[in-house]
Design a binder for this molecule. Structure first.
Ligand SMILES: Nc1ncnc2c1ncn2[C@@H]1O[C@H](COP(=O)(O)OP(=O)(O)OP(=O)(O)O)[C@@H](O)[C@H]1O
Ligand SMILES: [Mg+2]
Length: 319
């Protein structure tokens, strides 16, 4: 099976400014890709281009083998979109909103009512299903909008900030729902988010945009390996490590970098073999060590390392 989404040199300007500049990436079936990046980076523009509601002024994309700028209508029957500002009819109830849209999309009424009921239930909206949307909170609206995006069981989902405005329990439910769709039903998902924790739990690969350019695309492990050597170790001393303790740790074999943290210190070591001598060195100095845990890099680690690189690059001028 080929890629479900491809893009080549995909670009779009607004008022002479590039909002997206030469995006090239491929997304596989059943894959969840997180689109990350600061405000104005080009995430929503990417989603709009891929869903055919915006035309590129350079480059090309395919989604499910269709060109979004040519076959937008056919494509949108097979994709589901959650936009930043979901269009719900305030004068209708949550269920009526869903059934109405299902009808427009050609679904039979009985099937529409069943799907609407299932989705509202799954998204924790069963008690509010027959209330007017007018009185809904931000999170309630978001859940109905998400149900709308999923209504016709789309093959590809474009979700623009699906968990913003949701309470922690609802966020967790939405993250699980999206993960299930990819895992069990091989749905392909592009999710724009500022919640790095959600992105880390959800995505297989991350695409980091900044000022319209794709700065990095890959798994957390791949990007981490390209960014830095070694493994992070959190040292729990029950208090912040002192300067001398940090220096003593830095002097141990295999330690690449060390800094104090509120609970002790964080080190980067060549590999986990560096950990036992390090702990021994501390204990020999009479420093109690509560834990020394090597941990794999997180999506947050990678994201912030990339951002730091960006800022450093800006200092020396960008190509
Ligand atoms: N319809 C439009 N008219 C003019 N400028 C636009 C339009 N849509 C996007 N832009 C500009 O394109 C750039 C990228 O915007 P985009 O909405 O894609 O960012 P984003 O990454 O989704 O940001 P956010 O995290 O704030 O949602 C911004 O500079 C924005 O001002
Ligand atoms: Mg956006």
């Amino acid at each position: 099976m080929g890629s479900v989404i491809t893009s080549e040199d995909l670009s779009r300007s607004f008022d002479g400014r590039l909002a997206l500049d030469g995006l090239a990436f491929d997304v596989e079936e059943g894959e969840i890709v997180a689109l990350l990046g600061p405000n104005g980076a080009g995430k929503t523009t990417t989603v709009r281009l891929l869903n055919g509601v915006l035309r590129p002024d350079r480059g090309h994309a395919t989604v499910l083998g269709l060109d979004p700028s040519v076959d937008g209508t056919a494509l949108r029957r097979r994709t589901g979109v959650l936009t930043e500002t979901a269009g719900l009819d305030d004068r209708l109830t949550a269920r009526e909103n869903l059934v109405l849209v299902a009808g427009i999309r050609g679904m039979k009424t009985a099937e529409a009512r069943r799907r609407a009921g299932d989705l509202l239930e799954r998204l924790g909206m069963a008690p509010d299903a027959d209330r007017l949307v007018q009185g809904f909170s931000t999170g309630q609206r978001k859940r109905v909008a998400l149900a709308l995006a999923l209504l016709h069981d789309p093959e590809v989902l474009f979700l623009d900030e699906p968990t913003s405005g949701l309470d922690p329990a609802a966020s967790r439910d939405v993250v699980e729902l999206i993960a299930d769709l990819a895992r069990e039903r091989r749905r392909t998902v592009i999710v724009c988010t500022h919640f790095l924790g959600d992105a880390g739990r959800l995505c297989h690969r991350m695409a980091v945009l900044d000022q319209g350019r794709l700065r990095a695309f890959g798994t957390t492990e791949e990007l981490a390996a390209a960014l830095w050597r070694g493994t992070v170790v959190d040292i729990d001393l029950g208090r912040q490590a002192g300067e001398r303790e940090v220096a003593a740790m830095a002097a141990c074999a295999g330690v690449l970098d060390s800094q104090s943290t509120p609970g002790g210190a964080q080190l980067r070591v060549l590999d986990r073999e560096a950990v036992p001598p390090l702990v021994a060195a501390l204990v020999n100095r009479g420093v109690p060590v509560y834990a020394a845990v090597p941990r794999p890099p997180t999506l947050e680690d990678v994201y912030f390392a990339l951002q730091q690189g960006e800022r450093a690059d800006e200092g020396v001028g960008r190509t």
